[in-house]
Design a protein around this ligand. Structure first.
Ligand code: ZN
Length: 272
């Protein structure tokens, strides 16, 4: 654990579009004329609510991209969150004291961090949300899109007014498809094609600080559709006992993450 005076970073990408960072994960706040929406609540170390309320006092929707511990453990600070039903059990599991404790090694926590209180926070009330639901913030809308793959209940939010697609962990430069909750490679490919048909210009990813141009989707598709598990690099994947492998695009080394065409999938054989 690292103790810090200020644990959250804050950045306004464009008017009303904010990113809040902590411990390697970003949460997104979108502020409309009448309401605001927080997409993901991170690990929930310290008071994320104070950060949100320093930006806006408008009524707030809180939505989880999926149920993982680094996306949904601040839910209780807001009384709960919307989540896809397919990730509800996962979210409850990842909010248990045992899961929360596992993540404390990466934590940037405030100087007055109360570990016992943190471990027992729970999720708050979880409300189901699914495909097609529209959150209307006034002048800005966010449409829910199901993107199964990384988890069964992974969702994105499409903002047509800003041409932004919030994707959580559903698609990025290093997708995890090895945990038990991950879906098949084909399911993931289906989600990539679904995203490709949406007229957005940039993706907002949970572990990438900057917006990612839409053209990056074609690198993800190229890798996923030509994935060769046999030549992948076998690694010890966190929380997984089997043979998980890092697979990259042909000719790009798995360590060459600054390569403009880099894309990787950490995948288990049973997902092929
Ligand atoms: Zn995740």
């Amino acid at each position: 654990m690292t103790y810090k005076e200020e644990i959250y970073t804050l950045r306004e990408l464009e008017p009303g579009i904010f990113r809040i960072g902590n411990s390697g994960v970003f949460m997104d706040l979108i502020v409309g004329e009448h309401r605001a929406l927080l997409f993901d609540t991170g690990y929930g170390f310290g008071s994320l609510k104070d950060v949100v309320r320093s930006i806006t006092d408008k009524p707030l929707y809180v939505v989880n991209s999926h149920g993982h511990v680094d996306h949904a453990c601040g839910n209780a600070q807001f009384g709960g969150a919307y989540i896809h039903p397919a990730d509800l059990a996962l979210c409850l599991e990842h909010n248990t004291p045992a899961y929360r404790k596992m993540e404390l090694n990466v934590a940037e926590v405030p100087v007055d961090f109360d570990m016992d209180a943190y471990l027992s926070l729970g999720t708050g009330a979880l409300e189901p949300v699914g495909e097609g639901h529209i959150f209307d913030l006034g002048g800005i809308t966010l449409q829910v899109l199901e993107f199964p793959g990384h988890t069964a209940g992974s969702i994105g939010l499409y903002c047509p007014e800003r041409k932004l697609l919030y994707v959580g962990d559903a698609m990025n430069n290093f997708v995890w498809l090895f945990l038990p909750e991950a879906q098949s490679l084909d399911t993931y490919i289906g989600s990539l094609h679904k995203a490709a048909a949406i007229p957005f210009t940039h993706m907002i990813q949970s572990h990438e600080p900057d917006p990612v141009p839409k053209r990056k989707l074609w690198d993800y598709l190229d890798l996923a559709e030509h994935l060769d598990y046999e030549t992948g690099l076998s690694v010890a994947a966190p929380g997984y006992e089997g043979d998980a492998r890092i697979c990259t695009r042909l000719g790009i080394h798995h360590d060459d993450r600054s390569h403009p065409g880099f894309a990787a999938i950490l995948i288990a054989k049973e997902k092929l």
